[in-house]
Ligand binder design. Structure first.
Ligand SMILES: *[C@@H]1O[C@H](CO)[C@@H](O)[C@H](O)[C@H]1NC(C)=O
Ligand SMILES: *[C@@H]1O[C@H](CO)[C@@H](O)[C@H](O)[C@H]1NC(C)=O
Ligand SMILES: *[C@@H]1O[C@H](CO)[C@@H](O)[C@H](O)[C@H]1NC(C)=O
Length: 319
């Protein structure tokens, strides 16, 4: 037993070292040393922290509160539970574009938390239908051949959101150097969260960046997805059962760079019905971004599944 666990420990530390170098182009060496299946499982399981996802979903729900004073005082109905004690630094409300985000410090997570609100369309059905036809019509600046939809890009880059969020992050970092950063958002807010994280990593050199989004749409092509994953590897993109939005805009397997393509890593929450009981499971998906055994294995036809993640309701509340 002692020998076996000793060997396991050695193997683990070798793996850890190898994994640290994973993004520096040692992939080929790795593949010859370790069975691929094992490697993928290892790195996947390190990535997904369910406890952290439970925190993130509450932060993603709180940004839907349509009451700036109660967000600033952090005493809204959703400012309790796991988010209690959050210190907001900057609340960004873009009235003309109907957008909202906040930045603050969660001492219990030792992190700056940035959260983006999803769409305020009155009908999710209409919004989903509109998403179906969004074109890849903008070259993502600085990354050759990376295409995104200009609407998603503009919502973060071409409104007051970027300026406000960056200002908040910089104000916190001016006095603190002990914090990581967690960026979250639901639906359209998830798209903005990932564009923000990419911006913070690429243009502001932010380290220790974690992203957890819920039911976000696709935002760019496969080249964009690969570049995103290289710059923000610590990303969990949660999808829920038959949630329609992660299926949009559509992914056409045969279109290569001309089709939308999700980035990794998806974590798919799926349900299994046993008699009258329903169980929820989570699958940590592969590093392709378009794992055929995850959300893509079912039809995306549910708005109900879109509005609820990990037992939390994600929708606008007036209070
Ligand atoms: C998961 O996240 C929680 C909350 O930040 C943290 O306390 C815990 O140590 C993390 N678990 C792992 C295995 O990293
Ligand atoms: C939240 O705090 C603000 C400012 O202290 C106060 O005016 C407001 O009444 C509080 N709201 C609730 C619901 O406690
Ligand atoms: C950003 O906004 C300006 C002014 O509204 C507009 O001219 C420009 O096309 C927008 N850029 C993108 C990428 O949508």
């Amino acid at each position: 037993m002692g020998l076996v666990s000793g060997l396991t420990a050695i193997l683990k530390s070798v793996l850890t070292l190898l994994l640290l170098n994973f993004h520096q182009g040692t992939q080929n060496v790795l593949e010859s040393l370790v069975p691929k299946q094992f490697l993928q499982r290892q790195s996947r399981e390190c990535l997904y922290n369910r406890t952290l996802a439970l925190y993130a979903v509450e932060y993603a729900a709180a940004v839907y509160v349509d009451n700036p004073p109660s967000l600033l005082a952090w005493n809204c109905s959703r400012c309790q539970g796991l988010t209690a004690g959050f210190k907001i630094e900057e609340l960004v409300v873009d009235v003309p574009h109907c957008l909202q985000a906040y930045v603050g410090v969660a001492e219990d997570l030792k992190a700056i938390v940035i959260s983006f609100r999803g769409t305020q369309e009155t009908s999710y059905q209409n919004w989903a239908e509109d998403l179906y036809f969004r074109q890849l019509d903008l070259n993502y600046p600085g990354i050759e051949d990376a295409m995104v939809h200009s609407g998603f890009y503009s919502a973060y880059h071409n409104t007051t959101l970027r300026e406000g969020v960056v200002k908040g992050v910089q104000a916190i970092l001016a006095t603190r150097d002990d914090l990581g950063t967690i960026v979250t958002g639901h639906s359209m807010g998830g798209a903005m969260a990932s564009l923000c994280a990419l911006d913070l990593a690429a243009n502001f050199g932010l380290k220790d960046l974690k992203v957890i989004t819920f039911g976000q749409p696709r935002i760019g092509n496969s080249i964009f997805a690969a570049a995103y994953y290289a710059l923000v590897p610590n990303t969990v993109r949660m999808t829920h059962s038959h949630d329609i939005v992660p299926h949009l805009p559509p992914y056409y397997t045969l279109l290569g760079e001309k089709t939308y393509h999700h980035f990794a890593t998806e974590v798919w929450i799926f349900k299994i019905q046993v008699g009258r009981l329903q169980y929820e499971f989570e699958e940590i998906c592969d590093s392709s971004g378009e794992d055929p055994d995850c959300s893509r294995s079912v039809t995306g036809n549910s708005i109900t599944d879109h509005l609820q993640y990990l037992g939390v309701y994600l929708k606008r509340v007036d209070e």
